[in-house]
Design a protein around this ligand. Structure first.
Ligand code: ZN
Length: 271
């Protein structure tokens, strides 16, 4: 069994402020320690379920050399291999050669979620909202659609309560989730201690990957329209004159294509 783990940092227990997830900030070393250990819990669970190949892809844009490169190398569990500093969603080797399931660990809610700890959608300064056809989505939706394009189901989502709720709304109520904290605001939370959060993630990963995988891959209806609501009008310049992209309002841009990945790539060909 081949298992892909796509990880983000904002949904980890113990992490509640930007200073813990921005590369080079004083609290970043603490953040990446918490992050790495939570990913290790998912690796242990996958291994216990019988995974023979486990690849972790760090999807957290921490800035500078830490972008997609926030895990602490010599603390990473030896039963996985990990992808560092590769563009988000651009590591497709596991999808291309066939992968049984994906776990999304440490996720945060989409922008504008009142109880979403460190909530945002892709960028904190560029985008307000993102839709796939009529579905308002966050980064969980993006990762699920990337996997779904290749027929791979997301079988576990972990993060705060808000992202677990968001994931179930999009991917179905039966989706296993682990909430490691409940946001009291964007920058505060009531949390499980990291040690207990890791135990739950390990157990949930094992259970999600044991037996027949029932979760279906997420594939937005085709043809697919991806719509972005930008944060400010100056951001329109990024999209003017681009093939397949239509500017539909002062803050609205759409990409339409035969399927989700094509529409996505029209927006972010180099992401
Ligand atoms: Zn992140």
């Amino acid at each position: 069994m081949r298992v892909l783990i796509m990880s983000d940092m904002e949904g980890v227990s113990g992490i509640v402020v930007w200073e813990q997830v921005n590369g080079g900030a004083a609290m970043f070393e603490e953040g990446r320690h918490l992050y790495t250990e939570e990913i290790n819990a998912a690796v242990r669970g996958a291994k216990a379920a019988g995974a023979t190949e486990i690849v972790v892809v760090d999807c957290h844009g921490a800035g500078q050399g830490w972008t997609f490169n926030s895990l602490i190398p010599d603390r990473i569990h030896p039963d996985c291999e990990w992808v560092a500093h590769h563009g988000w969603g651009r590591y497709d080797e596991m999808w291309e050669k066939g992968c049984d399931a994906c776990l999304l660990i440490g996720m945060h809610a989409r922008n504008g979620t009142p109880d979403g700890v460190l909530c945002h959608t892709i960028s904190t300064v560029k985008y307000r909202n993102l839709w796939f056809n009529d579905a308002l989505v966050g980064e969980t939706g993006v990762n699920a659609a990337l996997n779904g394009h290749y027929g791979v189901p997301v079988v576990l989502v972990t993060g705060d309560e808000a992202v677990c709720r968001e994931a179930k709304t999009l991917l179905g109520d039966s989706l296993p989730t682990v909430a490691v904290k409940r946001g009291l605001s964007r920058y505060s939370a009531r949390q499980l201690p990291p040690i207990r959060a890791r135990e739950r993630i390990e157990a949930a990963a094992k259970s999600a990957l044991t037996g027949r995988i029932a979760t279906q891959p997420y594939v937005p209806e085709k043809p697919t329209t991806i719509r972005i609501e930008l944060d400010s009008v100056d951001k329109l310049a990024d999209f003017k004159g681009r093939q397949g992209i239509e500017i539909t309002g002062p803050l609205a841009v759409e990409s339409r294509a035969k399927d989700w990945l094509t529409a996505w790539n029209q927006f972010w060909p180099y992401a």
